[in-house]
Design a protein. Structure first.
Lengths: 205, 436
């Protein structure tokens, strides 16, 4: 009889422990679900507003709480490709090097259509760097280090010292009258030397 | 429908476990894309990322600030450090593609990729952004449950069976799906405010840009009519993708049209890897049944063209090592061209003319449409029919390989009882032990 009572008590305790364990696991799983759902919702809302134009209603208010994390973690994003309108001009950048012996050399950094199919695909980042960033006045901080690197590279390739290097932007418009006759109406190429690196005494213009 | 029902369905959508097959396949594609991206970055590594390149680290830190995830803040950006980070990225991408240590690999891929991106943001395009974001989310997914070496190892050691992958927690996968929809809707919204997109001349203008041109595009595709049609088509597709992809009836059509759009863009525009980065994310919207159907269609088509691919394989059903090996090979049989038969079951082998039961006790047998193979030649025949092992099958035909292969095969086959004991604690081998 005593053995029966002891066994009954052990059974009740172990059953309660098992029930508690199941209940606890279920609660933790539900808590985990809530946390993950909350994090997912937070990301979805912030990402949606982040990828909209700055004029989008409430954008600044909504993205503010998560802005620091997005910037730090690399979740910042912009999907405005060829938008709001495609760029209206073809652009490339060239570098003209002047050597100590008086000779010059011109290097078209990112004239993509003059490269082979394989090269232009591999060098696409040159277009991004040169046409979208380097040539722009708002990115003048990139001019000196960019020109310095190009001067070193051209000097090494020609085995001569570069005394001066000009960075030139070339562009011609593609906003043509909207008709069937395409090729005859493209505008002429224009160019402008936007930066000069004077290696003789490192004077900049 | 009640509002509470919508909330409940949304909650279940975010928390109800799902099949790991689509995200496993996407993990494989993501690894490949990271490797290809690394291949294109390698020649200009010094130029883009080192302090002697076009952007010294001090300038980059002043322009971008120090509040970005960038390992170069701690280790400097000398060329040697850049190379180390780059090689870690390549190795991690390889492991991610293979699905070996998927969690650790995905974390390393994200850390190194984000480091490289934050080191020089002036060379990044939309494809880079998408790869970086997807590598962040895939850290939170159990992406090694399918299409992975991790899974093959679990099958080999008896912890799983081919065909039944454990379901995974879906929240991160849902966020990835949402992110793809966000890309399309966001670009639609931006374009909808542009005059050239609204008057139909946007595609016309893009076709004139030599800086983006890739392969030759016929004049027909540079006309007014085509431009208006494609501009409207692009806007409609991008605007509707985020909504139509969630319905079964419209999902396959919107994915198909989006695939065709990106195919055309990859042909005509020179934007590195962006189209591939977008198209591979479509896998996330497919279900396991969709992928099974695709597998069946592809398999039937290939086997109809090449019926000689179909073979029968006879293995020793009393050997634990053999059974586990067969399970792995079944998982690798993507073309479904191999029929596996327990060679120790007379009921199943009696219909095969020329079946040698004595030979069966010592080696693995295959039957092609006209010939029996055993031992190493049989394994070679099987390897040729498994896409992931086909290279090894071809190597098996090199001069001298049949001798080396046969020696290795006999060595392992003679010790399969010991191997079973060593590797599998719960799988027995009924074969009598052979003294070496």
């Amino acid at each position: 009889m005593q053995l029966f009572e002891v066994n009954a008590v052990i059974f009740i305790i172990s059953h309660q422990r098992q029930s508690f364990k199941l209940w606890h696991n279920k609660r933790m799983k539900t808590l985990r679900d809530y946390i993950f759902v909350a994090a997912a919702l937070f990301y979805m809302v912030t990402a949606f507003f982040w990828s909209m134009p700055d004029s989008f209603a409430l954008k600044t208010i909504v993205i503010n709480p998560g802005a620091a994390f997005f910037q730090w973690s690399g979740l910042w994003q912009n999907w405005a490709m060829f938008a709001p309108n495609p760029v209206a001009e073809d652009v490339y950048v060239s570098a003209t090097a002047f050597f100590t012996d008086g000779s010059t050399a011109v290097w078209k950094l990112n004239k993509m259509d003059e490269m082979s199919y394989a090269t232009r695909y591999a060098k696409e980042r040159w277009r991004k760097w040169g046409s979208d960033n380097l040539r722009q006045d708002s990115y003048r901080a990139l001019w000196l280090p960019g020109a310095d690197f190009i001067a070193r590279k051209m000097g090494k390739e020609h085995s001569k010292k570069v005394t001066k290097l000009n960075l030139t932007r070339h562009w011609h418009p593609v906003t043509v009258p909207f008709n069937n006759d395409v090729l005859q109406n493209r505008g002429p190429w224009q160019q402008f030397v936007f930066y000069t690196l004077d290696n003789a005494d490192r004077h900049e213009k | 429908m009640r509002f509470s029902t919508i909330i409940k369905n949304f909650y279940n959508w975010l928390t109800h476990p799902i099949s790991p097959v689509p995200v496993g396949l996407y993990r494989f594609f993501l690894g490949i894309l990271c490797l290809i991206n690394s291949y294109y970055l390698w020649p200009d590594l010094q130029m883009w990322f080192s302090s002697t390149g076009v952007l010294p680290s001090t300038l980059n830190n002043s322009l971008q600030g120090l509040d970005r995830l960038n390992l170069f803040y701690f280790f400097g950006s000398e060329l040697s450090t850049v190379r180390i980070v780059f090689f870690v990225h390549v190795i991690a991408s390889l492991f991610l593609m293979m699905g070996l240590g998927s969690r650790i690999a995905s974390t390393c891929v994200f850390l190194t990729l984000t480091t490289l991106h934050h080191r020089n943001v002036y060379i990044l395009n939309g494809g880079d952004t998408l790869l970086r974001m997807m590598s962040f989310f895939i850290m939170f997914v159990d992406c090694g449950r399918a299409f992975s070496l991790d899974r093959l190892l679990r099958i080999f050691f008896g912890k799983e069976n081919p065909g039944d992958s454990k379901f995974i927690y879906p929240t991160a996968v849902r966020v990835m799906q949402f992110q793809v929809c966000c890309v399309y809707f966001s670009t639609f919204y931006w374009k909808a405010t542009g005059s050239h997109w609204l008057d139909g001349s946007a595609i016309y203008m893009v076709n004139q840009l030599d800086q983006f041109s890739r392969f030759w595009v016929p004049s027909l595709f540079k006309t007014v009519v085509f431009s208006k049609f494609m501009t409207a088509f692009t806007l409609t597709l991008e605007g509707s993708f985020a909504f139509l992809v969630w319905f079964k009836d419209t999902r396959k059509w919107v994915l198909l049209f989006a695939f065709l759009l990106h195919l055309g863009l990859e042909y005509s525009l020179n934007i590195q890897l962006f189209q591939f980065a977008m198209v591979t994310t479509f896998v996330l919207f497919l279900t396991r049944d969709d992928l099974k159907k695709i597998q069946m269609v592809v398999s039937r088509f290939i086997l109809a063209q090449f019926p000689q691919l179909k073979i029968f394989c006879f293995y020793d059903g009393t050997c634990g090592f053999c059974k586990q090996t067969v399970k792995v090979l079944v998982a690798l049989d993507i073309l479904l061209c191999i029929r596996w038969i327990d060679g120790k079951n007379p009921e199943k082998t009696k219909i095969f003319l020329g079946f040698d039961s004595t030979r069966m006790t010592s080696e693995f047998l295959t039957l092609t449409h006209d010939q029996w193979f055993g031992g190493f030649p049989a394994m070679r025949t099987v390897a040729l029919r498994l896409p992931l092992l086909a290279v090894f099958g071809w190597i098996g035909y090199f001069p001298g390989m049949h001798i080396i292969g046969e020696i290795c095969y006999q060595y392992i086959a003679g010790r399969r009882h010991k191997i079973s004991q060593l590797l599998f604690s719960n799988i027995t081998c009924e074969l009598p032990q052979k003294n070496s």
